[in-house]
Design a protein around this ligand. Structure first.
Ligand code: PEP
Length: 245
């Protein structure tokens, strides 16, 4: 099975009900896209966004979930609750969660297990810091994060991997195409050791993807799509990225 192409948007802590007007514009232009399209808004908007999308082929996802199915975890959301609200995906292990909330690989793996158990597809993020790249540790870091963040049972149907260099997120800086190709080839090879259908797992690149560089990113071997932050907030920009895939 060839990996599915996926354009995924991460709205982070941005957006309100009024911002759903962007979804109407996106649906008008890209409601029946030739690749998979996903938007992960703040949890407060999942239900309303899903309703707004209606029959259009755009998926909605969460940006995090708790590892437990329910219980005394004030402020948290379970994978089943995301699903109940209309989500079919959830981003897990984003570098902002790892940095702001001290999430370890093992924390991420438990959340991925919970997401899979609830029937969600997990978008599992990995990526090196600038210091790690400068000291030649990139592949070690990616290998360690992949091994630690994917639980048993992870496969091409229930997980997508997003390679997001921390230093490229929201900075306007991107790795060279050779650097992205190196990491993606490494991930494909590394996953083959632990995932039976690794050749079919979608591998996204994330970090300052925008309309002007999307086609270049999507031409890189083993890049099956993108996880997009800032440029997913405006339908015109995200639509241009979808069109490039
Ligand atoms: C992200 O938040 O996952 C991301 C890639 O952000 P940006 O596209 O803004 O760099």
């Amino acid at each position: 099975m060839a990996p599915r192409k996926l354009a995924a948007g991460n709205w982070k802590m941005n957006g309100d009900l009024a911002a759903l007007a962007e979804i109407d514009i996106l649906c008008d232009a890209h409601g029946a896209p030739s690749c998979d399209v996903l938007i992960c808004p703040p949890a407060t908007l999942i239900h309303a966004m899903k309703a707004r999308i209606g029959e259009n082929r755009i998926a909605v996802g969460g940006q995090d979930c708790h590892a437990r199915p329910s219980g005394a975890h004030t402020g948290d959301i379970s994978a089943a609750q995301l699903k109940d609200a209309g989500a079919t995906y959830v981003i897990l292990g984003h570098s902002e969660r790892r940095a702001d909330h001290g999430e370890s690989d093992s924390d991420v793996a438990q959340k991925v297990s919970a997401a899979i158990a609830a029937g969600l597809i997990a978008v599992v993020c990995v990526g090196e810091t600038e210091a790690e790249r400068d000291s030649g540790q990139t592949l070690d870091v990616i290998g360690r994060q992949l091994a630690g963040s994917l639980p048993e049972g992870a496969n091409a149907s229930n997980c997508v991997i997003a390679y997001e260099p921390v230093w490229a997120i929201g900075t306007g800086r991107t790795p060279t195409t050779d650097q992205i190709a190196e990491v993606h080839a490494f991930m494909r090879e590394k996953l083959a050791a632990s995932v039976s259908d690794a050749s079919g797992m979608s591998l996204l690149y994330g970090g300052s993807v925008k309309p002007s560089n999307a086609a270049e990113m999507f031409a890189i071997a083993n890049v099956d799509g993108a996880l997009v932050g800032g440029a997913s907030l405006k339908a015109a920009d995200f639509g241009a990225i979808i069109a490039a895939l």
